[in-house]
Write a protein that binds this ligand. Structure first.
Ligand code: NAD
Length: 499
């Protein structure tokens, strides 16, 4: 009998009242590992009420004391990194070392959040006129919702939630229904760190829970990470209700390889960026753009044996380069895209369809796949496949490569591999993409910088983590203050100025 994963509300595990449940799988074996409670609007309301009750005291807690709790949480995540990586691997399928890398990126943001007293400092202008001092301060917003995807079940709740609570908000996480155990474990670590009950709640489930959170009148802000159509829906629904919403969405990330690039370095970088985590990363490279025919040939010559030699395995196989996909549906969807690629006339150089692993025959595996001669009208070029499928889309020259990138509807990440500083500089200037790598294949900025794409890869004005997260998770108050000093201006009916 599979265990039941509930919700985490007000410091405890709560089953909720919806009566709806869904299966959670171990993608390595294809077996059901747990039954997950799906929250109804009523369950979400219970979580919001608990957060609302806890919020005023937490908001009034001095920022250095809040930072102390965040620091303790950081220590607990570090102590429990092996357990967390195991939980992530079991439900997501990514390898243990890959899981640890992503958890480290969550720890990085937690470390950044430990500096929240400094980050929250406002501005002061003494004596703006007539003995008046003006100062600004940042205050928490209230109960904020965090809707997170399956592919980073620790990192993304940390990216948004740690910053939210460090700023003094209460945070309600709605994790992916595919791998909810790691987010539930994070909630337990917060309790152990001394975070007051209700400040970090987790409601599990599907779109019913999301819609209840996004439309709840006592939730003024929503941070979302997931696919573009869902993110757009969340953004439009939330902003129509005058909420603050940021939505980080899907991607189609290109990597340009110039003729002068160090080809071996470029191919090594590309292999990790395209096939690491089985391509289930929003910053995965899914299109490589060799500039010139000679570059394309040199690239393919090196890529084909490497892609064909990729090793699939369960998350706990230390020799595995990549694990399975998240669900049977994801496997079928990716294989369907490979069929479409073949039908549309692309050259299938390495075929990952029909992959099967001895002892894991029911796992959701797709082998590394490589297409050449992919053109921009093909669905394998246009759509986010989210699997271990790399397309080679040849460009005649640098300008054609840039035009291809700027013509794509997504704009999360992009990279160029070259030894030419001028080409790199022109590239960073001309591409309309949120995050750019120069000889860096996955340019996810460190915690103290901002993360985010543009165009249909992001809705909303602010970025994730870095200084922008402080702006998203706080609202500004500006005070003009004068103390009795003997200055008498008399009654003034005109607009006050300092002249
Ligand atoms: P998803 O959109 O299916 O799910 C994200 C969240 O939305 C989950 O919590 C899910 O329960 C919920 N959801 C799903 N369908 C919904 C619906 N119809 N209405 C309301 N809520 C719904 O995304 P996913 O498959 O979990 O994650 C993969 C996607 O996330 C990819 O598109 C990837 O590029 C994107 N992603 C983007 C970033 C980024 O920073 N830009 C980071 C990670 C993942």
């Amino acid at each position: 009998m599979a265990k039941t994963i509930k919700h985490f509300i007000n410091g405890g595990h709560v089953e909720g009242r919806s009566g709806r449940f869904g299966d959670v799988y171990n993608p390595a074996t294809g077996e059901v590992s747990a039954s997950l409670a799906y929250a109804s609007a009523e369950d979400v309301d219970t979580a919001v009420k608990s957060s609302l009750a806890a919020f005023p005291d937490w908001a009034a807690t001095p920022a250095p004391r809040r930072a102390g709790v965040v620091f303790k949480f950081r220590e607990l995540v570090i102590q429990n990194i092996d357990t967390l990586a195991e939980i992530v691997g079991r439900e997501h399928g990514k390898t243990i070392e890959d899981a640890k890398g992503s958890i480290q990126r969550g720890i990085d943001v937690t470390e950044f959040a430990c500096g929240v007293p400094h980050l929250l400092k406002g501005e002061l202008s003494p004596n703006v006129g007539g003995g008046i001092d003006t100062f600004s301060m940042r205050e928490p917003i209230g109960v904020v919702g965090g809707i997170t995807p399956f592919n980073f079940p620790v990192m993304i709740p940390c990216w948004m939630g740690v910053m939210a609570v460090a700023c003094g908000n209460a945070f309600i996480n709605k994790p992916s229904e595919r791998d909810p155990s790691a987010p539930m474990f994070l909630a337990e670590l917060w309790r152990e760190a001394g975070l007051p009950n209700g400040i970090w709640n987790v409601v599990n489930g599907d779109k019913d829970a999301v819609n209840a959170l996004v439309t709840h009148p006592d939730v003024p802000a929503i941070s979302f990470v997931g696919s573009t159509l869902v993110g757009e829906h969340v953004y439009q629904t939330g902003t129509a209700l005058n909420k603050r919403v940021q939505a980080f969405c899907g991607a189609k990330n290109h990597m340009v390889v110039m003729p002068d690039a160090d080809m071996d370095q470029a191919v090594d970088a590309l292999m990790g960026a395209a096939y690491g985590s089985a391509g289930e990363r929003c910053m995965a490279i899914s299109v490589v753009v060799p500039v010139g025919e000679g570059t394309a040939e040199a690239l393919n010559e090196r890529l084909v044996p490497k892609v064909a030699g990729l090793r699939m395995g369960p998350y706990n196989d230390p020799e595995a380069d990549m694990g399975p996909l998240i669900t049977a549906q994801a496997k079928a969807r990716v294989e369907d895209y490979i069929n479409q690629g073949v039908a549309s006339g692309a050259d299938l150089l390495v075929d990952g369809r029909g992959a099967s692993l001895q002892g894991y025959e029911n796992g959701f595996y797709v082998g590394g796949t490589l297409f050449d001669k992919v053109t921009t009208d093909m669905s394998i070029y246009k759509d986010e496949i989210f699997g271990p499928v790399l397309s080679v889309a040849r460009a005649n020259d640098f300008d054609a490569a840039v035009a291809m990138i700027n013509g794509n509807e997504y704009a999360n990440g992009v990279a160029i591999f070259t030894r030419d500083g001028d080409a790199a500089r022109t590239f960073t200037d001309k591409v309309d993409v949120g995050m750019i790598g120069v000889n860096v294949p996955i340019p996810v900025p460190m915690a103290f910088h901002n993360f985010g794409g543009s165009k249909r890869s992001k809705f909303g004005d602010t970025q994730m983590h870095g200084p922008e997260s402080i702006r998203f998770f706080t609202k500004m108050k500006t005070v003009s203050s004068r103390w009795p000093s003997g200055i008498r201006e008399g009654v003034q009916y005109t607009m006050p100025t300092n002249r």
